[in-house]
Design a protein around this ligand. Sequence first.
Ligand code: TRP
Length: 335
Amino acid sequence: MSDKKKLVFSGVQPTGNLHLGNLLGAIKNFVSLQKEMECIYCVVDLHAITVMQDPKKLKENILETTASFLASGLDSDKSIIFNQSSVSGHAELAWILNCVARLGWLNRMTQFKDKAGSDKEKASVGLYIYPNLMAADILLYKATHVPVGADQKQHLELCRDIAQKFNNDFSCENFFPLPEPLIQKNISRVMSLRDGTKKMSKSEDSDYSRINLKDTADEISKKVKKAKTDSLPIPETEKELEKRLEALNLLNIYSEITNKSLKEVLKEMSGKDFSYFKNKLSEVLVDSVCPIGKKIKELMSDKVYLQKVLIKGKEKASKKAEENLKKIREIVGLL
Ligand code: TRP
């Protein structure tokens, strides 16, 4: 049933070459949410430039991420699909929120510590205040629900703190709703095919660590064949998978793609060896990922169309953003 008061916002960085982790951890969820609620999905290009990007590649990646959204089933008539920098309100609200958020709050962000690495002095200021921009993305539309991976939970909590402080400081109770995270239960993290302790990521050196949405059927089955497992057969219970991270990851992927619970998958597969299971996994992956990859390639050959989709989204997003910004400027006392 459609609920008009709920509003979903989420963002994906235009890194290019989206993979199975992006699909199962985020986009698949976006597609099912768009059936129930009003949704805004943003290609967050301003977030991407917190680390140096090749300008030509960035443009291409913005379009490719848009193509991946559409190819995975997002519908630009139902949902608002646009790129962040096309609506200047994101940057404007981010500045205002920079003045609301406290240094101490940002100092606690674990993702900054991870991304900045050992030489924090050399990280961009943008990378440090990235969570404030993320809060601005969400609050600019007064979004109520935010589908994110588990790694973004801390940023969303910060967003709630910022919203609350703004509402208190400017005595405008309930002006910004406190957004709720929608974290997928089963598989908020798809892990690397080579190391079950690491998230599947575009930045891991080996391409064998991930299934890319544009991989061919051949590449997918090769990667699945080579995926790390262990020598034990597939167990009967989830408990027995606790220390078998690679096995658990593959079974989770199978469960997610086939829309079966892990329990059901274990019932189907227990006692079988991995070569049997991997054949099945390859089949379902090829069936679900290859059509998406094909569609991405098709869409990328019509960039004018993709740009039109983004412009349509920008127009719809700007209208909402401007209405809220007008009130925000008034509340803060800007003329
Ligand atoms: N920081 C998010 C990520 O890296 C992307 C993002 C930016 C986002 N703005 C957002 C996610 C707003 C949800 C809502 O995954």
